[in-house]
Design a protein around this ligand. Structure first.
Ligand code: FAD
Length: 480
């Protein structure tokens, strides 16, 4: 048996070496990285939950090279894990053997079509650089996430990323008109026509958006541009809790639906951590309140008119008792300082010890019920627990994060992950919600998918995967 195994091992080594040779010939030896130091950062994900292993990192320069790499790996039966900025939060980019294909060098903006209000971008363009390129032509690409300085548009599409502007502009899926994809056998699907109307059969584009790299590698996309707002009114209000925040949201939406861009909820516990640990963050108000909402209106019209609309809505909200205190960003710097509090919420939890995170959504009408029920159930399970809910209240999407009790060891707390998942996700499910609102499934939430997803939907997903990637080589072990 030993002899057989070692000869099988030698065969595999020889096959891997042959494949690496072919890949070097295809994209250049400098772009096939096998040194463990080069691989290290790409084997782990942002939270350090998983560490994977891989034969090599491939850095193709264009779609043709991506297709050639995929074709060679397909022929050799070697799995491929696509990676963009590796900022994903569900372990979707962590390799379990095979090769990592990174899109870093596919970083060109191929076309800006001002009349069609579109931009054709390659998958490796950093989100912030796309925002800047849109701004240069007086337009807006509204996708905005705290990771925008390092995540790439291919990763954004593959996770159907959400972020802080969904309320006004929708998820990534709503911002894309077409995609170019290298399929698991190396064929190239070109759907880059940028049409706003095109009813010619099944919606293939939307299969690849949100597929987390399990159906193919997105190499380019046509994205939508919008008019660039020239004024913004930003305010942070304090309120008694999620129930009144919901009333306030309804008021803001009914009076300002055409200009309401942001309505974010922040529990005091979460804000306190940003105040304590966020670089340059301080308490925006003179005293502590139970909860806060960050509200922003943006428009292409005059600043004065927008400020007047914000003030009118706030005045009415004060009178109705929905708001108990407010800070209005008077200058751009003050507006940015209010945003800094929001953007630091997640990182500020780290110095407080281990946290268990849930990215959930419920119908907007149930979001206050969810916060109340979720907090009560979790504290009941573990007294001393510090729930820190915050997030995209106006989308019904909350980051329902739980920081460990102050005197508990991190490992003991993290051992409770499955128990808290069941408590929180059961409440979400009962309310008709989703256990993954914007981060996807990856490795982390596969068991939850099996537990909660409609069985027929799950069956169809499996059949689609089988039809497009019968050999199971495209990001195996993720989603399904
Ligand atoms: P990666 O992490 O590299 O990959 C993500 C997944 O997509 C993996 O499964 C990978 O295999 C696949 N993939 C990557 N590129 C391709 C491609 N070209 N073709 C096919 N598959 C591919 N997410 C939100 O939705 N909203 C937020 O508000 C948000 N905020 C965040 C804040 C911080 C601080 C951090 C660290 C993350 C945040 N995220 C958020 C999660 C993450 O940034 C997004 O999911 C982002 O869209 C991932 O892009 P990426 O380039 O880093 O993708």
């Amino acid at each position: 048996t030993t002899t057989l195994q070692s000869s099988a091992g030698r065969d595999k080594q020889a096959r891997d070496a042959e494949l690496l040779g072919q890949l070097r010939a295809a994209i250049g030896a400098a772009h096939v990285l096998t040194d463990p130091n080069d691989l290290a950062d790409r084997l782990i994900e942002d939270r350090g939950l998983y560490k994977g292993n891989a034969l090599a990192i491939l850095r193709p320069a264009d779609t043709a090279q991506v297709a050639e790499c995929v074709r060679l790996c397909f022929a050799a039966g070697v799995p491929i894990v696509p990676q963009g900025g590796n900022t994903g939060l569900v372990g979707g980019g962590v390799p379990e053997g095979g090769v990592i294909l990174i899109t870093q060098r596919l970083n060109k903006i191929r076309e800006v079509d001002a009349v069609n209000a579109t931009m054709t971008v390659e998958a490796g363009c950093i989100l912030a650089s796309i925002q800047a390129a849109a701004e240069e032509v007086g337009a807006l690409f509204p996708l905005s996430l705290a990771s925008e300085g390092s995540c790439q548009i291919g990763g954004n599409l593959s996770t159907n990323a959400g972020g802080t502007a969904v309320l006004r502009y929708g998820n990534t899926r709503d911002l894309v008109l077409g995609v170019e994809v290298v399929l698991p056998d190396g064929r190239i699907l070109n759907d880059l026509n940028g049409l706003r109307k095109n009813n010619t059969g099944y919606d293939l584009r939307n299969l690849f958006i949100g597929a987390e790299g399990t159906l193919g590698i997105i190499t380019a996309a046509v994205i939508k541009l919008f008019p660039q707002p020239v004024s913004r009114a930003t305010t942070m209000v304090a309120c008694d809790g999620p129930d009144v925040a919901l009333l306030l949201f309804e008021r803001m939406r009914s009076q300002n639906a055409d200009v309401l861009s942001t309505f974010e909820y922040i529990d005091r516990s979460a804000l306190q951590m940003a105040i304590d640990h966020g670089p340059g963050c301080s308490d925006p108000m003179m005293q502590a309140y139970p909860a806060y909402c960050l509200i922003e209106l943006t428009s292409t019209g005059a600043q004065d008119a927008l400020d007047a609309r914000m003030e009118a809505a706030l005045e009415a909200a004060f009178e109705a008792g929905e708001v108990i205190d407010a800070v209005i960003g008077a200058s751009e710097a003050q507006k940015d300082a209010l945003w800094a509090l929001r953007e630091n919420l997640s990182d500020a939890q780290k110095p407080e010890g281990a946290s268990i995170k849930h990215d959930v959504s419920v119908p907007v009408s149930r979001v206050a019920d969810f916060v109340n029920a979720g907090k009560a159930a979790c504290i009941d399970y573990m007294p001393g627990l510090r729930p820190c809910p915050f997030g995209h209240f106006g989308d019904g999407n909350l980051h329902f994060n739980l920081s460990r009790p102050k005197d508990m060891a991190d490992a003991d707390f993290l051992a409770e992950y499955p128990a808290f998942n069941r408590i929180v996700h059961d409440i979400v499910h009962e309310m008709g919600g989703s256990f993954s609102a914007e981060h996807g499934i990856g490795k982390v939430k596969r068991a939850e998918l099996r537990h909660y997803k409609d069985p027929v939907a799950l069956q169809l997903m499996t059949q689609i995967k089988q039809a497009i990637d019968p050999a199971g080589l495209m990001n195996p072990g993720k989603v399904l």
